[in-house]
Design a protein around this ligand. Sequence first.
Ligand code: 5GP
Ligand code: ZN
Length: 133
Amino acid sequence: MSCLFCKIIAGQIPSYKVYEDESTLAFLDINPVNPGHTLVVPKKHFTNIEEADEPTVCQIIKIVKKIGLSFKKNLATPGYNLAVNNDPAAGQIVPHLHFHVMPRLLNDGLRPWPQKKYQANQAEEVLNKIKIK
Ligand code: 5GP
Ligand code: ZN
């Protein structure tokens, strides 16, 4: 087994567990954006979200919601970011599907990502390509 998160799931590498059930594990990220930053992973190895079956994705989202509620209730977190770095081009380093749940503090200075402007016709062109019919 070479996958880091599979090793964490198997207990071969220690982690601070926030939540666990039959199919899902949530544990503290070792390098948090803010304290409490949690990773939610399916126990079954899937590389990315397309590979994972729908029940697995739905279960992960349910747990993501529980983690966010716990932040709000127990840390008085005013908000949080959700992120999936889906594939290496998107910044995924550990190739085991995981959702980041990141508590935010007012004025913590984090700016998730820079945005661009559309060029002429660019919005229509991309829309025609990605629209789900
Ligand atoms: P990615 O870029 O793949 O979405 O993020 C992987 C995350 O895993 C990073 O935020 C990183 O801090 C976290 N991480 C890497 N190694 C470990 C580890 O051994 N234990 C824990 N708890 N988190 C890790
Ligand atoms: Zn894995």
